[in-house]
Design a protein. Structure first.
Length: 428
């Protein structure tokens, strides 16, 4: 009972470490990615665009003032008599308040468009975050496969080295032929070639990890750890989720709404506009005859653009075509999202089946290799070729199972990305 408890605690502790390792990788990708930081800055800029659009509804207040020094010399009257030189310091102060009353709903539609662009920026950030998460998961599990592939090939080389050494003694004793010994040496050379390839792939995997995650790669990754993800239970469920929250689809929907608002704005440019303004001015030492003057003015202005060389009408037509374009793009993206979701669902299910099959393949290959090797070493009727084939099958089974683990883990992340539900908070 005590041993079972210890194993249970060890399992929980190991699982927690694996989860922390994966979550740290994904968090580092979030923290260090420059594209994400740039997109966050773009989101903040879009928030200010909304404030700017709101400001168009408020009155504008303008204060102005000036002061000058003037000196009049060599003055004469109409009779030619010289007049005394004068000095003056005229001052002028004014305040102007202007309020737009109506502008063909241009301000209203511009505000709506700004809010839509803010939502667009949020979905762009969301889309990029999910792409970064998927890339990080792919880099993490691909590196895990590189580790395993290198480990398996290194172990294979060591086995063949021992076999070559053993076969050398057996050749000297006449237990095997020179042909058998040559087969062992050939297999060792082939195993070394595969090890070199696996080593280069491991180096590339580490570099790719550092590029995507922005931090040093770990020295070990547990390929058998699969995080708890909110995987849809059926293709219909996955498709329904994608139609609601997929960021690509939502971006296309918002893009269409923005195009519609731009059409309303273009139509508003054909409408009359009205504004009212109030101004108050005060002048001091205005002239030699006027020492001070205050002036107030209330003005209502109505403008109606009748003809601008066809520019406004062309703008409306252009906006209509833009709406049609966005409608077609939305339709295309809607179909593509459904296809991508179906493909991701199929890949997920097939990868799970491959994982089970390769696990069974590995178990059988291990049993077969152990038996054949034992029979060969005890002098039974097993040939060198049979041992080589057995070890080759075992290596293939190990690498196939490791690849299946990697593919299954990535397929889960890819399915969530296809539906638009790949968030850091959903990974446990």
């Amino acid at each position: 009972m005590k041993n079972i408890f210890i194993l249970f605690v060890f399992f929980l502790f190991g699982t927690n470490l694996n989860a922390q390792d994966l979550l740290k990788t994904l968090s580092d990708a979030f923290k260090n990615n420059s594209q994400l930081n740039a997109q966050r800055a773009s989101l903040n800029a879009s928030k200010q665009d909304v404030n700017i659009s709101r400001g168009e509804f408020l009155p504008s207040v303008t204060l102005s003032g000036d002061k000058a020094t003037q000196q009049d010399t060599k003055r004469t009257n109409t009779s030619g008599v010289s007049l005394q030189d004068t000095n003056s310091t005229p001052e002028s102060r004014s305040v102007v308040v202007e309020q737009k009353i109506f502008d063909g709903f241009g301000n209203y539609n511009n505000l709506k468009k700004s809010k839509l662009k803010l939502e667009y920026a949020k979905f762009e950030l969301n889309k990029l975050e999910q792409e970064i998460l998927l890339s990080a998961a792919e880099a993490y599990y691909s590196l895990g496969y590189n580790f395993k592939n290198f480990e398996f090939n290194q172990s294979n080389v060591e086995l063949f080295e021992r076999q070559v050494e053993s076969d050398r003694f057996r050749l000297e004793r006449g237990e095997i032929s020179l042909t058998d010994f040559a087969q062992s040496e050939s297999s060792l050379a082939g195993a070394n070639a595969k090890l070199i390839t696996a080593s280069n792939e491991l180096i590339s995997g580490k570099k790719n990890f550092q590029k995507i995650i922005g931090s040093e790669s770990p020295e070990e990754i547990n390929l058998g750890f699969f995080p708890e993800l909110k995987i849809p239970t059926s293709l219909q469920t996955a498709t329904a989720i994608a139609e609601q929250i997929n960021p690509r689809l939502n971006l296309a929907k918002i893009d269409l709404e923005i195009a519609k608002k731009e059409l309303f704005v273009a139509r508003g440019d054909l409408s009359p506009s009205a504004s009212i303004s109030y101004s108050m001015k005060k002048n001091e030492e205005l002239s030699s005859s006027v020492d001070e003057r205050e002036q107030e003015e209330v003005k209502a202005t109505i403008t109606w653009p009748i003809f601008k060389g066809g520019k406004n009408l062309s703008s409306v037509k252009k906006a209509k075509f833009r709406v049609e374009e966005k409608q077609l793009i939305l339709k295309d993206i809607f179909s593509q999202v459904q296809i991508d979701t179906a493909n991701a669902w199929t890949t997920y299910n097939s990868s799970r089946g491959v994982l089970d099959a390769t696990e069974a393949q590995l178990k059988a290959a291990e049993i077969a290799n152990e038996g054949i090797t034992l029979e060969y070493e005890t002098g039974n009727k097993r040939t060198t070729l049979e041992v080589i084939q057995s070890r080759t099958l075992l290596l293939d089974a190990r690498t196939s199972y490791a690849k299946a683990q990697k593919d299954f883990a990535i397929a889960q992340f890819n399915l969530l990305a296809a539906t638009g539900d790949l968030y850091l908070d959903n990974i446990k």
